[in-house]
Design a protein around this ligand. Sequence first.
Ligand SMILES: NC(=O)C1=CN([C@@H]2O[C@H](COP(=O)(O)OP(=O)(O)OC[C@H]3O[C@@H](n4cnc5c(N)ncnc54)[C@H](O)[C@@H]3O)[C@@H](O)[C@H]2O)C=CC1
Ligand SMILES: CC(=O)C(C)=O
Length: 259
Amino acid sequence: MAIDGKVALVTGAGQGIGRGIALRLARDGADLALVDVKQDKLAEVAEEIRALGRKVTTFVADIGDREQVFAAVEHAGRELGGLDIMVNNAGISQVKPLIDATPEEVERIFKINVQGTLWGIQAAAAKFRELGRKGKIINASSIAGHEGYALLGVYSSTKFAVRALTQAAAKELASEGITVNAYCPGVVGTDMWVDIDERMAELTGAPIGATYDKFVNGIALGRAETPDDVAAFVSYLAGPDADYMTGQAPLIDGGLVYR
Ligand SMILES: NC(=O)C1=CN([C@@H]2O[C@H](COP(=O)(O)OP(=O)(O)OC[C@H]3O[C@@H](n4cnc5c(N)ncnc54)[C@H](O)[C@@H]3O)[C@@H](O)[C@H]2O)C=CC1
Ligand SMILES: CC(=O)C(C)=O
């Protein structure tokens, strides 16, 4: 298997895309460190990974807190014998007109989506250095990191920022053989989209489900994305076939945004 015996840490692994990525990397042969704020969800995913015959450890951490991210990486290294792949997946959404966004709301989403990704890059790079490994760092951006969406403007700006961090980190870390890439999903049917759809309904008066359907109707391949669709691409980014790729943030969206 492509990443047999490698150690991967996935943030936001308790559900949705992060869970899908963790399960896929386990099927690819990796041992997994699962990080989330939700202890009960982590335990469920860990059980699924154990059933696949891989080693797994869990760690409750808020990625917005730098010390907690470094502690999570330390924990993974200690429990699983190192670190090779860091997936900075956890993130939150926010649906609101730009002109109404409060300082507290902006601070919170930047703390998690942008600072959380930066702390993940820092902690992983420090661990790869210490171990002398050529690790891979993989960050969650979005179609909203390539295009600013109405009512998702602040969220979109955090995902543009993730692309900037990905490019800059790739340039800074390349000489050590560390690669940094991002994945940009489209409309994935997770709890995040349930929240986005509900908030859009409140703000626009659209019926529940209508915003989600409108976005999905724009997808050339004719269906919503699944966590497995995203995980298949992350599997490629985590494996040796992506060794010569760095600083990129490709769209994996079924044909929705074209760049
Ligand atoms: N669902 C979608 O259509 C898309 C999602 N994305 C991105 O993919 C990533 C995952 O999204 P989903 O799985 O859909 O979201 P989700 O809301 O279903 O799951 C997110 C997970 O991250 C965890 N989390 C949230 N804040 C955290 C924090 N501060 N520290 C640690 N864990 C935290 C949550 O507890 C949850 O388990 C996010 O970065 C999101 O922005 C990107 C494009 C599209
Ligand atoms: C959640 C997300 O990134 C979008 C725009 O679907």
